[in-house]
Structures are given as structure tokens and as C-alpha cells.
Design a protein around this ligand. Sequence first.
Ligand code: ZN
Length: 407
Amino acid sequence: MKRRSDNYTGVEPNRGFHVTHYDLDFDYIVGPNRLNATATLTLTTTEALHHLTLDVVEGLAVRRVESSISRGIKRFRQSGGKLRISLHDDLPAHTEFTLTIRYGGNPRPRRTAWGELGWEELDNGALTANQPNGAPTWFPCNDTPDEKATYTFNVRTDRDYVAVTNTTAHPMPTYLATVQVGQFQRVELGRNVVAWLPGAQPGDLNKQQAMLDYFETVFGPYPFENYQVVVHEEALEIPLEAQGLSIFGINHLRRNERLIAHELAHQWFGNSLGIGHWRDIWLNEGFACYAEWLWADHAGQMPIDDSVRTHYNKLTPMRFTLADPGPRDMFDDRVYKRGAITLHALRRSVGDPVFFNTVRDYVAANADGIVDTQTLIDAFARNGADAAQVTGILDAWVQHAELPECP
Ligand SMILES: [Zn+2]
């Protein structure tokens, strides 16, 4: 069990239980940005439990907490970003129970080292952007990437507005849960691919299904029930991935094919294959960035060696440690580009057949799970690569700061 706070987000661990399911039932009024919510969490204790904590911001007022256990809740209070719940009786280990939490308010993003995160009111609608620790701005949760649960959403909002959510039977970490509210039109882009557009033409999203088909040939089957793409009518600084869903601004529909490929690739890398610690973020972003270059090569836009060389030459400062980059550099461009070039170095070393077999095996063997760099090394070893060679490459590119030769 983790004993200390997350050294990237500062979130203190919530001890003694797993959340296995979140049922989020919302009434959201767009104009005043008003949320009235009932969250029903299914939990299983991992040890005897007399009180427990969940992450939720104080800006959301918790009005009532009920439980399925017999004598139920003794008291609850909110402080320090936590909902602190005391039970009347000790719950033995391995007990399953539910907590029904009624709360509401005007949800707002929280200020973090990575900008404002969480629930954000837009000019005409709302979005959530959680990564890494924005989820507690809109629901009480166990906000850590190594805990996955299933989710159901039921969101009622204003007439003429749509609330797009990502109900899923596949386990999902809190940072990938999402609600997107806007005046969207539903456009089918292919089998199981749906775009929610602000009345605009799909633009580069016309290639979404072709990208998905191509990525299935290199990474293996698409890992979730369906894929939704939400496009807000205003410009957004960056697009963002959620599970089974990606979020774009209107500005991303033209000349941003690489971002569309990048967010789609996160469905395999980051979402199905999660990371347990933010220090391993290179596994998400390295693969997603490499997928951009694979698509550009496949689509005849730029050979992969040109992408690698171009971005290798821009890696400054050259010294950078991919393993555990630290919270300040968690989303540094070098996490993405050096991460992607690391994968290319592995590919050039083991050859295309072993590399792509390994990637598909790594994806299949760890679907809905948690991975780290060792998981990738193990996959290469299983697929006929020389383990010492692979470890040597990852050691140079990931564990050490010095920049190796361009592969
Ligand atoms: Zn990304």
C-alpha cells in the first residue's frame, strides 16, 4: 500500500479500500453552471475500516452521505480537499458496501502546477479536463492513477444541450472519466466512431476511422466499446484524451491530423494500458507521439525516419531523464519526443517483426491493467528480443539523462 502522498500531484492516499464502481447521477444547468449530483460508490475494504477519506474539493458542498452498511455513517466533514467519513461500526476487511453521496455547487477548475484542471465552464457548455488531479472538482473519488473502476453516468442538462459521458464496463482511472456539455450534433464517422460536433464539418476527423483501422493493424484491436470525439465550438489550447473519448476545440479540426492520431493512440497507451505512477508518463506520451509519426508515415506525409531525425534535432536541453521526469516536467515536450524516439531506437535494434509483435503482445497482455517500463522489457523478452540489448537501450534512453545517438 502507498504510505506517502503522490509525489507528483500531492494527493494524500485514501487508505483501506478499493472503489470498484462509480455511479454518477447529475443535474447540470448550463447558464448558472449549477451541478446537483448523487455519486454512488461501490467499495470493498482491504482492511478493517472505521473511517475513510475520499478526494473532493471544498467548493462542492457534500450535503448527505448514506451507506448500505447496517448502522451506517456516524458523521462526515470536508477539509483539506478530503471528504472524511466516520462509520458507527468497524467494517471487517473484504466487505463490499456502497456510499451514496449527495453534493452540489458551482463546479470550477482548480489551480495546479499544470494550469487549471477539472470542471471548466465554457462560453456555451462545459468540459472536464482532469489529468492529473482535476477529478475531485466534480466528483468524490479515490484520485490516483493506479486505482481503476467501472463507471456509469446519467447526466440531465438543458434542452438543446447534450452531455457526452464515457460510461464504461472497462476499468478506468479517475483522470479519464469525463463529462462534456455543449450544443453538439451527432455525426457517425464509421463503425463505433461517433463525433459530437458544434454544427461544423468534421474536417480532419474524416480520417478518424482510417486511423483507427490502421492503428488496429499495428497495436491490435481497439480496446473499448466505442470511440467518441467531442469538438467544442470554442478554441481550446490543447486536445485531451479520456477513456473511449477525445476532446478537441474547433481549432483542432484543420491541419491538426497529428493531434487526432495522438489522442486516438492514447486509447491503447495510457487508457487501456494505464500507469500506476505519474513518473511513468513517458509510456503514455512516448507511444502516443510515436503513433503520430507512424500515421504520418502510413498516410504518405512523412517517412518515420524523417520525423525521428527532425524531432531528435530539437531535443533541448539534451540532458533529460524520461524515468521520473518530476512534476514540473511531467508534460515537457521531451517526455513525448524523447519517449517516441526511444521506441524507434528499440524498433531499429530488434527489427520490425519483433518490434510490432511485441507492441501487440504488450497491449493484449496488459489490457485494462497497469504497466511500467519493466512490463515493456518483459514483453520484448517474450517475443524473442535479446533482453540485455533491450534493457541496455532503455537504460540509456530512459534511466539516464544523456542523449544517445539518433537511431
Ligand atoms: Zn498525450
